[in-house]
Design a protein around this ligand. Structure first.
Ligand code: GLA
Length: 425
């Protein structure tokens, strides 16, 4: 099915066609990893983009990868409203480990930076009503050079379960072959399952496959709760844009793979850091909602502007991200540097994001024919439209044959929600 470049539907779209479109959308996704987790995209905080592999606690005690950092973030996730809106998983990325396994072959945390150990940290995180995520690698070493899990999948899964870990981000560095990569990702999935503990399994399997072979998403979905497809996010507009471009260029392959239990992961939210303008932060939030992306913030919750916090805690946008229908949105059309993305939601509602990619000039107007949205059914026979971003505004009641006008700042996004109304004028 071709998703981009769709032409406007004629206003007289016959009901049968519309119904057929609806039925098509309702076909359930492929069978997902059956651990009952990630029925909506996982939400939380992950240290990598903001704190990277900073191990120097002497020079930088406040930003090195240590138990203090995670305890402080746990306190804030609990006290500053993050947990309340859904950010639940506090996740450790690379560089938490000691350089060697212990005498029993188990991974161990760096004793200087995590003197109380991971079990203690997970107790602390759980006491705040949160969940703990940890990081390991399918190959010989992690990407930053710490011990890898190759040959140790069972013992590592058991160690994480013993510690009370709730999510594993499993990276794909230092594998020798594609078979080793695939076998390792599958093995760890089964090892986690065998522990009997509910552990969300976050993979990077397809990212490491793409340079060699098109990934089999049906298979990946059977083993992982989410999977990275593309390179690491940076704190820049160029990076966010490249992720959106990759996703829209590959949407025929990846969109149908997403659904309750398994999600495409376009990487962390960098909102609240240094590199994105306000409009670009809005674009990231809106498009991560459209893409049904796991929402892992990577920022410093101790130093975050009220504006960024309000955006990240926007309940309407989070509700779109977490919509229980679990269908990922897609790029509907691109014309003259304007992109229109749409996502089907439960109760026949739709989310529509209009992105202005022009980086010269001021705000631009863009008018959308409502008959062109949601395969002709998004506003049929009529709908209520609310602008959710940049500013929540009720735009009102629209008939199917009418048009909605948007005005979008350069590199910004207008996010709309359409809700069907049976009443006509
Ligand atoms: C890879 C991953 C990143 C991060 C680093 C850690 O690059 O894609 O998300 O986990 O490794 O070394």
């Amino acid at each position: 099915m071709r998703l981009t470049g769709r032409r406007l539907q004629p206003p007289g779209c016959v009901l049968a066609l519309c119904l057929m479109a609806l039925i098509l959308w309702e076909i359930p996704g492929a069978w997902a990893l059956d651990n009952g987790l990630a029925m909506t995209p996982t939400m939380g905080w992950l240290h990598w983009e903001r704190f990277m592999c900073n191990t120097d606690c002497t020079e930088e005690p406040d930003s090195c990868i240590s138990e203090n950092l995670f305890m402080q973030m746990a306190d804030l996730m609990d006290s500053d409203g993050w947990k309340e809106v859904g950010y639940e998983y506090l996740c450790i990325d690379d560089c938490w480990m000691a350089p060697q396994r212990d005498s029993k072959g188990r991974l161990q945390a760096d004793p200087k930076r995590f003197p109380s150990g991971i079990r203690h940290l997970s107790n602390y995180v759980h006491s705040k009503g949160l969940k703990l995520g940890i990081y390991a690698d399918v190959g010989k070493k992690t990407c930053a050079g710490y011990p890898g899990s190759l040959g140790h999948y069972d013992i590592d899964a058991e160690t994480f379960a013993d510690w009370g870990v709730d999510l594993l981000k499993f990276d794909g560095c230092h594998c020798d072959t594609l078979e080793q990569l695939a076998d390792g990702y599958k093995h760890m999935s089964l090892s986690l399952n065998k522990t009997g503990r509910s552990i969300v399994y976050s993979c990077e399997w397809p990212l490491y496959m793409w340079p060699f072979k098109k990934p089999n998403y049906t298979e990946i979905r059977q083993y992982c709760n989410h999977w990275r497809n593309f390179g690491d996010i940076y704190d820049s507009w160029q990076s966010v844009k490249s992720i959106l471009d990759w996703t829209s260029s590959n949407q025929r392959t990846v969109v149908s793979a997403a659904g309750p239990g398994g999600w495409n992961d376009p990487d962390m939210l960098v909102i609240g850091n240094f590199g994105l303008s306000w409009d670009q932060q809005i674009t990231q939030m809106a498009l991560w909602a459209i893409m049904a992306a796991p929402l892992f913030m990577s920022n410093d919750l101790r130093h975050i502007s009220l504006q960024a916090k309000t955006l990240l805690q926007n309940k309407d946008v989070i509700a779109i991200n977490q919509d229980p229908l679990g269908k990922q949105g897609y790029l509907l059309r691109k014309e003259d540097n304007i992109e229109v993305w749409e996502r089907p939601l439960s109760k026949l509602a739709w989310a529509v994001a209009v992105v202005n990619l022009q980086e010269i000039g001021g705000p631009r107007s863009y008018t959308i024919s409502l008959a062109s949205l949601g395969q002709g059914v998004a506003c049929n026979p009529a709908c209520h439209i609310t602008e959710l971003l940049p500013v929540k505004t009720k735009l009102g009641f629209y008939e199917w044959t009418s048009f909605v006008k948007t005005r979008i700042n350069p590199t910004g996004t207008v996010l709309l929600q359409l809700k069907i109304s049976q009443t006509t004028f």
